[in-house]
Design a protein around this ligand. Structure first.
Ligand code: ZN
Length: 81
């Protein structure tokens, strides 16, 4: 069991609770989304893009960066559609 902050009153509540015991606000089922956002956070995407840049700079496959970019765009689009 983990404690999360209520989106309404910001008090610590259980992530298993259906609603906040303090203010009654429903607990949003976004625990699973958290993992997705962690993996595909902007920071990570930046890092991936930078890795691709580094490889291209080191004389690696020139099209690798392009392919990574396309894959990232598709992933991001899939997440937000
Ligand atoms: Zn609350």
């Amino acid at each position: 069991m983990a404690l999360i902050a209520c989106s309404e009153c910001s008090k610590a509540i259980s992530d298993k609770a259906a609603s906040c015991p303090h203010c009654g606000a429903p607990v949003e089922p976004r625990i699973q989304l958290k993992g997705f956002k962690k993996v595909f956070s902007e920071e990570n995407l930046d890092r991936l893009a930078k890795n691709a840049d580094d490889r291209a700079a080191r004389g690696g496959a020139g099209c690798f960066r392009f392919v990574v970019l396309i894959v990232l765009i598709v992933l991001v689009a899939a997440l937000f559609l």
